[in-house]
Design a protein around this ligand. Structure first.
Ligand code: PXG
Length: 460
């Protein structure tokens, strides 16, 4: 068996025998006979080992902004690998693509976010955020300012720091103790936690929870507030427009650093380069990954505001942080080319003014479905909430558990890859999706809901 000549049944056998996939029930993976082998992809379509085509409603895992099969990205990697595949940034050294990418990201971030620290994954970027925020306050002579506030049901990665900062209850149930000095406050999830409440009043209540916790902990102990502009993995939770400006004002009032985790929202997903630009706030630190390279190679970055860099420059000491692959030249070359494609094809603007509104309009048509409690989207990220009783946020109880998985599996069966989060279906297609493909996505979703309804009602 070679990489060009493989046997799918044998690969699935080897998968069970030797491979532990991410965030899975490993007993279940054994029982179903291993992973679905994805063999190739093109544009917005992925293909499995049986030749089945699936419209990729998730852009891989919220990351393949420019779609699959981009020869230019392969060529950028090939050329950089021949020129200089790898070098580090530890020996007062840096490679051309690394420096050029830092400058390009600084240009896209704008304002005083003019420096960039490179890592390889979103989780590592979050480690950098926590280390930087805490060290910053140490330099400022306030080492007791080390508490970081984030949100229940926020997602910030899977390393110890990322999972600690994230507010995923299920993750916290496995393998503590977790990082100390982290506080979780309520999320701005109106459908679940403020159903029927006036959006502005709800936004105020959710932001007030941040201020209340700062006061409870003591402002002199709080280093930073970290949040995703729109929570992705938590279920595409889009806060009312006033939430972020209120949170920003609260952070400023107490001198707390504001951190936007843009791992999903960055690189055009919400119709701006970054989510903070959509919500009109100015963070001090910005983590990004995924769409930075459209997932073609692993790379992440943290944008750092000038005042933090100035503090680092006063210490006369090393900031003892960095990874072997920080600023990896080949990954940086691919990221630069990826950004060039996003710019050349106007993907951010198209997401804002064409594809995003089109997805919203098509999704809105699902509002007539008896299982649909709410649809929401912003740019090319969206969610359909499944309820048992129209007009409420009541869920199906009973033994079938959360309903998302059933609907998700039906979508896959009918040629659409989407993701289930509890009782909802979330989507985040490539930014190159066509109107016809959006139609197909929504039609498949409707079909899956139609098929799921009698089964769910029968199961109670
Ligand atoms: N922050 C955010 C906002 C993320 O969405 C990470 C950090 C961590 O990135 P890495 O590259 O370390 O995975 C993420 C990642 C899901 C799912 O279930 C979402 C992510 C990762 C895995 C699964 O939807 N987001």
């Amino acid at each position: 068996m070679t990489l060009r000549n493989y046997d799918i049944a044998e690969l699935r056998r080897l998968d069970v025998a030797h491979h532990l996939p991410s965030q899975q029930d490993h007993g279940m993976m054994r029982d179903i006979g291993g992973s679905r082998i994805i063999t190739r992809a093109d544009g917005c379509t992925i293909y499995d080992g049986d030749g089945k085509a699936l419209l990729d409603g998730m852009a891989g895992l919220w990351c393949v902004q420019v779609g699959y099969g981009r020869k230019e990205l392969a060529e950028a990697a090939y050329e950089q690998m021949l020129e200089l595949p790898y070098y580090n940034t530890f020996f007062k050294t840096a490679a051309p693509p690394t420096v050029m990418l830092a400058a390009k990201i600084a240009e896209l971030l704008g304002g005083d976010l003019q420096h960039v620290f490179f890592n390889n994954s979103g989780s590592e970027a979050i480690d950098t955020v926590i280390r930087l925020a805490r060290y910053y306050w140490q330099i400022k002579g306030q080492p007791q300012r080390n508490v970081i506030i984030s949100r229940v049901n926020g997602y910030h990665g899977s390393t110890i720091a990322g999972a600690s900062l994230g507010g995923m209850k299920h993750m916290h149930e496995q393998g503590g103790p977790w990082l100390p000095g982290i506080e979780h406050v309520m999320q701005p999830y109106r459908f679940a936690e403020g159903f029927g409440e006036d959006p502005l009043a709800f936004a105020e209540r959710a932001a007030q929870a941040v201020e209340d916790r700062i006061l409870e902990v003591g402002p002199e102990k709080v280093a930073a507030f970290v949040g995703e502009p729109v929570q992705g993995a938590g279920g595409v939770i889009i806060p009312p427009e006033t939430y972020w400006p209120r949170v920003e004002a609260i952070c400023r009032k107490y001198g707390v650093l504001l951190v936007c985790d843009e791992v999903i929202c960055g690189f055009g997903r919400l119709g701006q380069w970054f989510g903070f630009q959509h919500f009109g706030v100015k963070p001090d630190l910005v983590s990004m990954a995924k769409g930075l390279s459209s997932g073609y190679l692993p790379i992440s970055a943290v944008g750092v505001a000038d005042h933090i860099v100035e503090a680092l420059r006063t210490t006369g000491d090393d900031f003892v942080h960095g990874y072997t692959y920080s600023g990896h030249p080949t990954a940086a070359a691919v990221a630069l080319k990826n950004i060039e494609i996003i710019e050349r094809e106007n993907l951010v603007e198209r997401t804002r003014s064409d594809l995003g509104p089109y997805l919203a309009e098509q999704l809105a048509a699902l509002n007539d479905h008896p299982l649909v409690g709410e649809v929401r989207s912003l740019g090319l990220i969206g969610c359909v909430e499944i309820v048992s009783k129209k007009g409420t946020n009541e869920r199906f109880g009973g033994k079938q558990g959360p309903t998302g998985l059933m609907v998700r599996d039906l979508c896959i069966e009918h040629g659409l890859m989407v993701r289930a989060v509890r009782d909802s279906i979330v989507m985040s297609p490539p930014l190159v999706i066509s109107h016809a493909q959006i139609d197909q996505l929504v039609a498949t979703l409707r079909r899956a809901l139609d098929l799921a309804e009698p089964r769910l009602r029968a199961a109670g």
